[in-house]
Design a protein. Structure first.
Length: 94
């Protein structure tokens, strides 16, 4: 659905230029996760959120973004009916 969006193409270019673990790339990935969630692409949102959280673990000064992304992942799990996963993710919130 969003594969043809100009935003996604711009993100892919940015990620190639800056690298997948650059803070700007990670923030853009987070926005894509939210777009997928809002469009009902929950499986895609879930996998992108998990991948983005893993990439952001080693990046300094990303804690606020990680917390926001975890909250988004909790919503994705909840919307999928994955209650135990949502509870587990919630425990990571500060």
């Amino acid at each position: 659905m969003i594969l043809g969006d100009p935003f996604l193409r711009e993100f892919e270019s940015q990620e190639r230029l800056l690298g997948a673990d650059h803070p700007d790339s990670l923030i853009s990935r987070g926005y894509l996760v939210e777009v997928c969630r809002e469009n009902g692409e929950l499986a895609r949102a879930e996998s992108m959120a998990i991948e983005t959280l893993a990439l952001s673990e080693s990046v300094e000064k990303m804690e606020d973004h990680r917390q926001w992304l975890i909250q988004t992942l909790v919503r994705v799990y909840t919307e999928q009916g994955k209650v135990s996963e949502a509870e587990d993710a919630s425990r990571e919130l500060v």
